[in-house]
Design a protein around this ligand. Structure first.
Ligand SMILES: [Zn+2]
Length: 392
């Protein structure tokens, strides 16, 4: 029997709590008078909707092994992110679908992976092939979505949570969105130059998200009418942002937070294999990229970014820094909000799985360091993963 108790500061109430769990389930969460150590905080898991690879492991590879998948997953957990949607990017349709089938098989061989890989995010090939909008995806492989594509994805993923990023201006996309929504697939718009009217129609058809706003668009935009303004002027979408201080400039990051309702923003890493790994040469599928000391991932010679090298826990602190807020005020954006968007409730509540992050702050000479522990009791384990964050 696995049980335990933690006395810490609650990240949302900022008050002392005692949390008890038994057999992987939280059985008590009491507000108490006694103060815990001032540096010890409890918060829900981080949950990432978009991970293409991590710690040197590229999820787009067809020769991926269970051990590599486990290594990447544990490294992510060491960054506070216990669960995620494994993300597959544009490829030839049969290769993409075979990759998804194979990854599901790999995942099924490990209870640890079954729990951590909460579902799948298919980003492409139903995206814009326009310059700038396709980003690092190969425009030659883009397709118009047909109903058979959507049904095939649903059949392969079975009942797994599935998120599809799609450009709604593609031929047949609005019908595909409606079909996907009816089959329980969550639809996020992205890599798109859709008009305001098509964005609105996509929301009516059932789209609920917008993928990495501020990216997958050209460097130069029309000041009067561009995809940023159109999305900011569209209601009904949960917008994901990459909070690494690189993909979205700090000023734009703040403006997006002012323009949108607070509960409609969530953070993602869009991490690729260079995240949680040293600078160097990496791949995203067939694409060779390089990650510099500045953590910017680029195709050699190209200006656009190709995924990020961001760790989830760093994203929380960088977002807080950009907004001039405390980390605990932005935590939900990388935690319960993206989880809810994907269909999971991970709030700290009695009766829920005893999965949480425990943050221990220590004051270094010139920086604040955070020790972070993820207790993945939901997977039947009691593992602790530790990461250190140095404030920038
Ligand atoms: Zn993308």
């Amino acid at each position: 029997m696995q049980q335990g108790e933690i006395h810490a500061w609650h990240y949302a109430s900022r008050k002392p709590v005692k949390v008890r769990w038994r057999d992987g389930v939280m059985v008590a969460m009491e507000a108490v008078e006694a103060e815990p150590p001032s540096n010890l905080w409890i918060a829900p898991l981080l949950f990432d909707l978009q991970v293409n690879g991590f710690a040197g492991v590229d999820f787009q590879r067809d020769n991926l092994t269970v051990d590599q998948l486990l290594a990447a997953t544990r490294a992510l957990q060491g960054s506070g992110c216990a669960r995620y949607l494994l993300t597959l990017i544009t490829d030839e349709w049969p290769r993409l679908t075979n990759r998804l089938k194979r990854l599901r098989q790999l995942r099924s061989s490990s209870p640890e992976l079954e729990w951590a890989i909460a579902g799948w995010h298919v980003e492409g090939p139903f995206l814009s092939a326009e310059p700038g909008f396709h980003g690092a995806h190969n425009p030659a492989l883009m397709l118009d979505p047909a109903p058979e594509h959507i049904r095939e994805l649903r059949a392969i993923a079975d009942t797994d949570p599935l998120l599809l990023t799609i450009a709604p201006e593609r031929q047949g996309a609005l019908e595909a969105i409606a079909l996907a929504a009816s089959l329980g697939i969550r639809v996020s718009l992205g890599h798109t130059n859709a008009s305001a009217e098509i964005l609105r129609q996509a929301v009516v058809a059932g789209a609920t998200g917008f993928t990495h706003l501020g990216n997958a668009c050209p460097q130069q935009l029309d000041r009067h009418d561009n995809i940023l303004w159109r999305v900011l002027d569209t209601r009904g979408l949960t917008v994901s942002l990459i909070p690494d201080q690189i993909h979205v400039s700090p000023a734009l990051f703040r403006l997006i937070h002012r323009a949108l309702p607070g509960d409609s923003i969530c953070y993602i890493t869009d991490a690729m294999s260079a995240a949680g790994a040293p600078p160097g040469q990496y791949t995203i599928g067939s694409l060779n990229v390089e990650a510099g000391e500045d953590q910017i991932v680029r195709q050699p010679g190209a200006l656009n970014y190709a995924g990020s090298a961001l760790r989830p826990i760093d994203g929380v602190f960088r977002a807080a820094q950009m907004l001039g807020r405390a980390w605990e005020e932005v935590w939900d954006c990388f935690s319960i909000r993206p989880a809810r968007f994907a269909g999971f409730d991970i709030d700290l509540l009695c009766g829920r799985a005893a999965d949480f992050c425990l943050l221990q702050f220590s004051q270094g000479e010139s920086s604040v360091q955070v020790e972070l522990i993820v207790r993945g009791a939901g997977a039947g384990r009691g593992d602790k993963f530790q990461a250190t964050v140095t404030s920038r």
